[in-house]
Design a protein around this ligand. Structure first.
Ligand code: NAP
Length: 276
């Protein structure tokens, strides 16, 4: 894992990943770059890790320090050996995903599919609506659903008639980064709703506007001064057939998929079957 800079949120993410990976019996190592490090230093580190045969998977924690420049993240992700790209962000792996060929796939959408499959939620022939079109969640999510024979609609900030489109979904995936945005009006009764969003609320009025008096979240907020909320409003649990919790839903399964991808990458490299 490569961590550049001093973002407290990134420190927490990296610590959690290292703990989970280590507990599962893999060796996890953290390579730090100072917040003043240059793009060339980051690229040089990635090349060193690419060349190290003992390393099967490379994760570069986002965001990189602003000083590295606007397209730094893309340049660093592109520099990762596709065979070690356990985040599934490399254009080579994205291309293989588009063609439905075996590859390392982005961990969050992969985790969402794992949840749906483990719960036996039917996808073939069903309407799936994905809210969000980012490269790391929305687009790969839509492709994975398409490859399982769902009929997929991708929505974004310019979509007209969002609620009505969302209401057509048998499976609705919310990945927009807007706290409690998806209210009951967006959900067909009985639909399966996957809440990818992770938003931190620090304002009392906002928390009180979403969570009812006496709720666990309000208590949490008064104790900690912040609470996590997804992109889906808690009222949706009255309408949905199934709804993933935040936290404790997509987050942990995403980390599990990092592990799965690492094992896959190790096996592919060990057997000489890596795609590149
Ligand atoms: P992102 O890159 O900011 O993309 C957000 C997407 O949502 C964009 O496509 C944007 O549309 C769309 N959007 C924003 N506001 C909208 C609106 N009002 N109506 C419709 N669409 C709207 O975010 P991301 O990286 O995909 O992440 C999305 C959320 O998932 C965030 O809360 C993030 O923290 C969370 N996340 C969680 C995990 C996990 O492990 N659980 C992993 C990754 C991300 P445009 O393209 O038109 O701008």
């Amino acid at each position: 894992m490569v961590l550049a800079g001093r973002s407290p949120a990134s420190e927490v993410y990296v610590r959690n990943k290292i703990k989970t990976v280590s507990e599962a019996g893999c060796r996890a190592e953290l390579f730090r770059l100072d917040h003043t490090a240059t793009l060339n230093e980051a690229l040089a580190l990635v090349r060193t890790l690419n060349a190290d045969d003992a390393i099967d998977g490379i994760l570069v924690q986002s965001p990189l320090p602003e000083g590295m420049g606007k397209d730094a993240e893309q340049r660093v992700f592109d520099a990762v050996d596709p065979a070690k790209d356990v985040d599934g962000f490399h254009p080579h792996n994205v291309g293989l995903l588009v063609q439905k060929r075996p590859t390392l796939v982005a961990c969050t959408p992969l985790g969402c599919i794992e949840l749906l499959e483990q719960e036996g939620i039917p996808l073939r022939g069903k309407q799936a609506v994905v809210l969000g079109r980012s490269d790391i969640v929305g687009k790969p999510m839509a492709l994975l659903l398409l490859h399982r024979d769902a009929t997929v609609t991708i929505c974004h900030s310019r979509t007209e008639g969002l609620a009505a489109l969302a209401r057509t979904a048998d499976v609705l995936v919310a990945a927009i980064g807007r706290p409690a945005f998806v209210t009951r009006d967006y959900v067909k009764p009985g639909a399966t709703v996957i809440d990818v969003g992770i938003n931190t609320l620090t304002g009392k009025a906002e928390v009180d506007g979403i969570f009812p008096e006496g709720s666990r979240k309000r208590v949490q907020f008064s104790e900690k001064g912040s609470v996590l909320v997804g992109d889906v409003h808690p009222e949706v649990q009255d309408v949905a057939g199934a709804l993933t919790p935040v936290p404790g839903g997509v987050g942990p399964i995403t980390v599990a998929m990092v592990l799965r991808n690492t094992v896959t990458a190790a096996e592919l490299r060990a057997t000489g079957k890596a795609a590149v």
